[in-house]
Design a protein around this ligand. Sequence first.
Ligand code: ZN
Length: 238
Amino acid sequence: MKNSILEKLTVGIFGCNCYLIGSGIKKEIYIIDPGAEPNLILDKISQLNAKPIGIILTHAHPDHTGCLKVLQQKFHIPIFYNQKEYKHPILMKADRWLNEGDILAVGKINLNILETGGHTPGGISLYSKDIELFRGKKYDGIIFTGDLIFRRSVGRTDLHRGNKEHLFENISKKIIYNPQLTDNFLILAGHLGLTTIKEEKTLNPFGNLFLKPEDWKKNKYYDKDLKDILKTSIEERP
Ligand SMILES: [Zn+2]
């Protein structure tokens, strides 16, 4: 869709990617993961002459929610995230809980919700087939993955309430081998640069842990030497 807004802003010392997505005609947008630097986000919003209609959190870690309150109080707009994240001590309650299969719409853009816990229990991803262009490149669609999967990396699971098995199961089933998505989907992750499903299928260093759904049986998973790989490789990352 030509008349759409999609902006990626990298904010804060942890380099959280905050996204603005919405309709280029009505100029209504959602803010995804307002992690820090509210002035930078506000400047971009006014440059676009856009009107925020809601704030979506992929998960509740502070580097993704740092200026939630500031923006909510400025625009008086609803907050959306998955209820399992509400246990986070500093988080404001959502106006609506997002669950698997839910759709958030803005203009003619639908954002489809996937529950993709692992990095945190209530982490979500959002995909849309209604945006095909970003920075001059053409895709079949886009997916926001929060801290589930990054360009050439995956989310940590050694933090509070992380779960490695859930992380890899969700990356495999909901992202890499999700029949709703194609290889040419743009991955817009919570940190780091742009990538696609195809690139991560082949170039992600954890790619041997992305199993096809038919291979995803607990026993088979552990039959491979994956348990050991999981033990060492994940905790060593920053
Ligand atoms: Zn996180």
